[in-house]
Design a protein around this ligand. Sequence first.
Ligand code: NAG
Length: 429
Amino acid sequence: MKFSLASLLALSSGVFTLGAWASPVQEARQDAWPYGPFVVDGTEMKNARGDTIVYAGANWPGHGEVMIPEGLQYQSIEGVVSKLKSLGMNSIRLTYAIEMIDDIYANGGKDTTVQDSFINALGQANGTAVYQKFLAKNPSFGDSTTRLQVFDAVAAECAKQQIHVHLDNHMSRAAWCCSTTDGNAWFGDKDFVVANWLRGLAYMADHGKAWTALTSMSLRNELRTPADDSTLSSQSYNWRDWYANVKEGAKSINDANPAPLIFLSGLDFDTWVTPVVQGTALTPGSETFSAAGGFPGFADKLVLEIHNYENNAGSCSSINNNLYSKGFQAMHPDDSATKNAFPVLLTEFGFQQTATEWQRPYASCIASYLADQKAGWFIWVVAGSYYTRSGTQDFEETWGLLTHDWSDWRSPEYIEGGLKPLVANTAQG
Ligand SMILES: *[C@@H]1O[C@H](CO)[C@@H](O)[C@H](O)[C@H]1NC(C)=O
């Protein structure tokens, strides 16, 4: 039998027949969910079919001392993902620490087992006991299971349930985040070694090629002033150095894996990215932000993210004004002060999960704003407790969507009255 070149190309799927837009450096487009790789088109994230994607999801921390996603001594991975899916959510922001990758390099390429990691983080007795609970809830794992294999299993379950994974580097040293004196605040801070950070981003980007559900990655959570280092604070904590480092970080990811979108976060705990949006000088330098100039070959991969924790705001007007001027202006290219349009996501906001807190201005204003902007978001946090946080084991998370043992909603009132409607008003794709 004889094949013509044309029929061979046709047989080899949409990579050739539909991939007209794809640049050669990009990975082959996927003909199944999530239809990656994603690109940015103006103020929207789009999949390779041209569908608009708006993330609506939750943060799932995996950057604590144990360095695996939280809660797995109480629930299975499938159970946690199913909880999010039951809300209609379409994504998670999955956090990790660079320390995990540093360990792998220090051990000749071998990742630490989960068993050892529990013991390292919680001590011999408690670490062993919690590890046994983890195995009981997640019986497919065993003594040889490594931390990255747990991340792999989370990503696989997300793919199965069609939940996008946004992979977030939260800290260098694995610990609760964030303070201005935790050594992880800024590029060059005590624990924030830039070379290790770049290596870690590249490692995870490369590793994530095997994750069907991985559609985007961030550079770093909540950059902030390194308050206990006056030299670094006064000489480097600024937009000029931000730009230099962010360009390097984005390149590390894109060189290792050109498929994921890359989220850029701002200063002061990622509360503002205004100079990027308005194209003003990246002070104390005079350079201005340029997607094409700063991110050659992947300018269409960049997304902005900000956080908001103005929990005691009295009305929507101050929240709305801040959200707009600190970031969401980038979704309004019609505004004459907008120089660089982007999709913008609120990758963190959160509040006490009581019966009524969600009805106060903060949560209700943010929900209205996100729905109005058709903007993506991740609530802090899908959790009920942490393996350990700031020195307290089995730490109760009163902001968590789940009860202490991750079995049920902490505020069913919010889930039904606030969260499900927010998801329904925003999620796309
Ligand atoms: C070990 O766990 C117990 C509860 O099971 C707790 O009371 C104790 O504080 C833990 N030890 C440490 C060092 O946190």
